[in-house]
Write a protein that binds this ligand. Structure first.
Ligand SMILES: Nc1ncnc2c1ncn2[C@@H]1O[C@H](COP(=O)(O)OP(=O)(O)OP(=O)(O)O)[C@@H](O)[C@H]1O
Ligand SMILES: [Mg+2]
Length: 264
């Protein structure tokens, strides 16, 4: 089989401001994610996490600063072209097409690569990552459980053979076991496929377990950045942004204590 034709490239955001009409919601946000790296973006409701993802994937044009995919400046590039260049956006609320089959959702996901003749290869990889979808390939997407729909949203994104994948709260509303499956899939994409992964998560515990680095946003700005161990041991960050004490269900607990102890 031929190797992936899309070279693995990273993502760089340089000092972006973003606004909805005249309402500014991001100030001077910078980040980078290298191939084979997972950056988690956390922060309270309204902090601007979704807006960062929309600014990266071309759905919202930043009013200042730059977004780069590898060496290519994509700040003014259309969302469709950005997808062609190798960035896949898995938006919040797992927006699958409910009245289409699982298969047809995958076909649509592969649309930007429709001419390269590798649909079957990518389909196989995606179904290998999420075997539940293989058993449900002819079902309507709307009949899937929430967790299965999230898997389908991710599988669909992978059909575009991205180098960079950005995800908005994939664990929202899902049972811990399903969250674990999704996080395992993300780790696989990072470690085995060399993807650059930008993960927005309110499930701080899950995010800290998997991330190489974490960025904390508050009111449109980046307020802290570091390894999970660094941030979990910073009392100020912890108290203000990460759910306070280590006993909170969404807070940062044992796996990432200051000793950097092994995951539970
Ligand atoms: N379409 C929009 N029009 C106007 N303002 C918006 C729009 N979308 C978001 N905002 C505002 O932008 C700010 C950042 O919102 P954003 O959705 O990026 O935050 P978030 O960190 O993703 O929050 P959450 O954790 O609730 O998803 C908020 O103040 C929000 O009210
Ligand atoms: Mg959001």
């Amino acid at each position: 089989m031929s190797t992936d034709h899309v070279p693995r490239i990273g993502l760089r955001v340089e000092g972006i401001d973003a606004a909805y009409d005249r309402l500014q919601v991001l100030w001077d946000v910078s980040l980078h994610v290298a191939p084979g790296e997972l950056l988690a973006l956390v922060g309270s409701n309204g902090a601007g996490k979704t807006t960062v993802l929309r600014s990266v994937s071309g759905l919202l044009k930043p009013v200042r600063g730059h977004v780069k995919l590898g060496d290519t400046d994509i700040t003014s590039t259309s969302a469709e072209k950005i997808a062609e260049l190798g960035l896949a956006h898995v938006p919040e609320n797992r927006l699958v097409f409910p009245s289409l089959s699982v298969e047809d959702n995958l076909v649509l996901g592969g649309y930007v690569r429709r001419k390269d003749g590798r649909y079957a290869v990518r389909r196989d990889e995606a179904l290998h990552l999420f075997p539940r979808l293989r058993d449900r390939i002819n079902l309507l997407a709307g009949a899937l459980s929430g967790g299965e729909q999230q898997m389908l949203a991710m599988a669909r994104a992978l059909m575009s053979d991205p180098s960079v994948i950005i995800l908005d709260e994939p664990s929202l509303g899902l049972a811990p076991k399903v969250v674990a499956e999704i996080m395992t899939a993300l780790a696989h994409l990072r470690d085995e496929k060399g993807l650059a992964v930008l993960l927005v998560e309110q499930n701080v515990r899950a995010a800290f377990k998997i991330a190489d680095r974490v960025m904390v946003m508050d009111r449109g700005r980046v307020v802290a950045e570091g390894t999970p161990a660094d941030l979990a041991s910073d009392e100020r960050v912890r108290a203000a942004y990460l759910g306070g004490s280590s006993t909170s269900s969404s807070g940062v607990a044992a796996p990432v204590t200051r000793s950097g102890g092994a995951p539970a």
